[in-house]
Design a protein around this ligand. Structure first.
Ligand code: NAD
Length: 404
């Protein structure tokens, strides 16, 4: 078993730290947020993830997981800090660079640095150069191993997917990939694909750009259908009977910190070579405004119930949420809103108050389903015969075509 230091205890780092501890590693979790350090040391998760609290309590009780505000020497150092984009859509690697600067003094020959954060192509090499400059006594790579192992987990299924997902492990050298793979072999049952770091960076970004482009196509069909008087969901369902067609379902936009961000990372490396990625981003980024326009046009100043604020079903994560953007947009237009989000306790900035779903729809002239939370399925009967804009596709199954 190894000593592991996980830098950044968020959606990726905390479950990873807890899982590593559950497999017998001695884990130090490090975060610059003192509240997170305190809660982890008390055996509590600061984010909702199935089974995470249980794993944390067990790890803390067994003395295998501890949190601190600074990293400490370890065999493996995992970096899981945020890598957002700037307002002009450039990768912001300042937090990754700060994390690298914080581990540089504690590096020792033989240790392995793994970047789990999502990064643009070339960022692993840049991090190695930064470490080499800070530690001229160490060959980076050479004396230390450096790899990028992008994370693919889905919030809500993180612990399961950490174990079961396939891994792409990109080393700066084959020896770096092999060393990093040893750590994943200790807790992951999915296939492990060893490659180089530029490939791993490109693969991860391609996955999310692929999803963004395909969602944009579905959203564009929804925009076209609305203009041409065709139910796009029904059209997509019929088109998908073609044996080689599998169009995604449209929605209110693309949210979260991955699919809405990672395509920019890929395009940033060579913007003129990425017209499709830019077009998809534009379609998905303007979709919340298109949906808000449709709701406002239907409501004509009357009360509107908005069902859901999260960026995806069955969680309370509001990061980059198109549903939240729609709510804020409609609030700014002065529409009387009744907003429902069962997965959060307090209304976010820009939203006056949260309501119970049945209370919200009682006197609403228009009801907009913005997130396909399973809790809203219970409202099917209450929504029958009401004026519903089902942007999330929760309750309006496409009419079946008669099969012959
Ligand atoms: N959340 C996901 O489902 C997911 C999936 C795949 C990839 N990723 C990628 O993983 C990375 C981390 O994402 P996340 O969702 O866990 O982020 P997060 O915001 O939930 O957590 C990051 C944590 O890092 C801490 N931090 C920031 N700078 C630090 C530093 N210098 N030292 C120590 N701690 C520091 C923050 O306080 C925060 O608690 C990002 O690159 C993201 O794109 C996330």
């Amino acid at each position: 078993m190894s000593q592991v230091c996980v830098v950044g205890l968020g959606y990726v780092g905390l479950p990873t730290a807890a899982l590593l501890a559950s497999r017998g590693h001695q884990v130090l979790g490090c975060d610059i947020n003192p509240a997170i350090v305190a809660s982890v040391n008390a055996g509590r998760a600061h984010l909702a993830e199935p089974d995470l609290d249980m794993l944390l309590t067990a790890a803390a009780t067994a003395g295998r997981l501890r949190a601190a505000s600074a990293p400490q020497p370890a065999d493996f150092l995992l970096l899981a800090v945020p890598t957002p984009i700037t307002p002009d859509h450039q990768p912001d690697l300042s937090m990754l660079r700060a994390a690298a600067a914080s581990i540089a003094p504690i590096l020792r020959a033989g240790c392995c640095v793994i970047i789990e954060s999502t990064i643009p192509v070339g960022a692993t090499e840049a991090l190695a150069a930064q470490l080499a400059a800070l530690r001229p006594d160490l060959r980076c790579p050479g004396d230390i191993f450096i790899a990028h192992c992008p994370e693919r987990v889905l919030p809500g299924r993180t612990l399961l997917e950490l174990v079961e997902n396939a891994r792409v492990i990109g080393g700066m050298t084959p020896a770096c990939a092999a060393r990093a793979a040893e750590l994943y072999a200790s807790f992951s049952t999915g296939p492990r694909h060893l490659t180089d770091c530029r490939m791993a960076e490109f693969v991860k970004l391609s996955e999310n750009a692929y999803r963004d482009v395909n969602i944009a196509f579905a959203n564009e069909l929804a925009n076209l259908g609305a203009r041409l008087g065709v139910d796009a969901r029904a059209a997509i369902a019929l088109a998908n009977h073609h044996p080689r067609v599998d169009i995604l379902r449209p929605g209110p936009g693309v949210g979260g910190h991955c699919i809405a961000v990672d395509p920019w990372f890929l395009a940033a490396g060579a913007p003129d070579a990425a017209p499709l990625i830019h077009a998809a981003r534009a379609v998905n980024d303007t979709r919340p405004r298109v949906v808000a326009d449709a709701i406002a046009a239907r409501a004509q100043g009357r009360p509107v119930a908005l069902l859901g604020l999260a960026y995806k079903p069955d969680i309370g994560d509001l990061r980059e949420s198109p549903a939240l953007a729609i709510a804020r947009d409609l609030a700014a237009r002065g529409l009387p809103l009744r907003v429902v989000e069962p997965h959060i306790a307090m209304p976010p900035p820009g939203v006056a108050a949260l309501m119970d779903a049945r209370e919200a729809i009682a006197d609403a002239a228009v009801i907009a389903v913005l997130v396909a939370h399973s809790a809203f399925l219970q409202l099917r009967d209450a929504l029958a015969g009401r004026d519903v804009i089902d942007a999330a596709g929760l309750i309006s199954p496409a009419p079946a075509a008669s099969a012959r």
